[in-house]
Design a protein around this ligand. Structure first.
Ligand code: CTP
Ligand code: CA
Length: 231
């Protein structure tokens, strides 16, 4: 994989990356989840390790194997993900939330497997909103100089274009960089390719043309390294 000629510019740095999609359980065997494969997060972890970083990869339900030279922590739910990512990020140089946490979880968890009613009726499932890990990482930083990076897949709608929605999300989350994917042309889930615009809280917008997830990963680390040097 290309390293952009960047060499070991993350040597001595500790970075935390989350990847995959969380599962929110209804009972011991059933969950709400999403189709995130973890490919982009694993590519970020691999790229950071290649550039010399000490990498902690928090992987939610990904079937991908552990990348060499990376500390991998496997989690399932957003609660588990948060419990690993927040303390790890507190002392990290950078944290990238490439995971797709479920936005909602069932309001109640049944310790025993839910059974069908004999009268043919089905239960209504009440949902509650999950905690926003990226917002928490951005607003209660253990170190003021940690570079906090989020992702957003947007289609644009009647309230704004993909970039306008990205700008608004960057401000709402309070992160330093937001990697915005335009998914209006179809899903990127499981695809080897990605294209994106990397928005900065400083007003920067870096376009990354369609290419491999490794290429996008290196473009993201380029932006992170620039901010680590400035900071
Ligand atoms: N994120 C998070 N915790 C959540 C939801 C999202 O940390 N509970 C992170 C994602 O990992 C991603 C970023 O926030 O880096 C943006 O995710 P996105 O789903 O686009 O944001 P939401 O705030 O959930 O907004 P939306 O209503 O558009 O889904
Ligand atoms: Ca969401």
């Amino acid at each position: 994989a290309a390293t952009g000629g960047t060499g070991q510019d993350l040597a001595g740095r500790h970075v935390v990356v989350s990847a995959g999609g969380t599962r929110e359980y209804l009972d011991p065997v059933r969950f709400l989840g999403n189709r995130s494969s973890g490919l982009q997060g694993f590519a970020l972890a691999r790229a950071a390790a290649a550039r010399g970083a000490e990498v902690t990869l928090v992987a939610a339900n990904s079937t991908l194997p552990d990348p060499a030279g990376v500390t991998v922590v496997r989690v399932e739910t957003i609660a588990e993900l948060r419990d690993v990512v927040v303390p790890a990020a507190a002392s990290a140089d950078a944290v990238v939330m490439a995971a797709a946490p479920a936005d909602f979880r069932p309001a109640t968890y049944s310790e025993s497997k839910m059974k069908k009613a004999v009268d043919g009726s089905a239960p209504a499932i009440e949902l509650v909103q999950n905690p926003d890990v990226l917002h928490e990482l951005s607003t209660s930083r253990g170190r003021a100089d940690t570079v906090v990076v989020g992702f957003a897949a947007e289609t644009g709608d009647d309230t704004g274009t993909v970039l306008e929605l990205g700008r608004a999300k960057l401000a709402r989350k309070g992160c330093d960089l937001l990697v915005v994917n335009d998914v209006s042309g179809g899903a990127v889930f499981g695809s080897p390719d990605n294209e994106a615009v990397i928005l900065g809280s400083d007003g920067a917008a870096t376009e990354v043309p369609r290419g491999s997830k490794a290429t996008l990963a290196h473009a993201i680390w380029d932006e992170v390294v620039r901010r680590l040097q400035d900071g």
